[in-house]
Design a protein around this ligand. Sequence first.
Ligand code: SF4
Ligand code: SF4
Length: 89
Amino acid sequence: MKNPRGRVILSAVKALRKRVGYINEIMKGKCFTMAYQITDECISCGACEGTCPSEAIAEGDGKYVIEPDKCIDCGACAGGCPVDAIVAG
Ligand code: SF4
Ligand code: SF4
């Protein structure tokens, strides 16, 4: 590119696009919200698994667990737990 001003603008646009990419990654990682969590009170009844629209709940080692990357913080699972083991993060 012969025009130096054009080169500067192009590199500024590239830098901006990179930053927008970072922001998207941060949002995907839910840095601004906290996923729901399942405490040790869980009795592994499995009732919560089917209530999650994001399929974020699965049976873990000794209790059910919520995958934070999948949880959209809708709260649908919390009300159905018989031992109140699901809490907002
Ligand atoms: S509904 Fe409550 S007790 Fe049952 S598996 Fe889910 S978290 Fe555990
Ligand atoms: S809060 Fe919603 S998305 Fe998160 S685990 Fe519970 S039901 Fe699934």
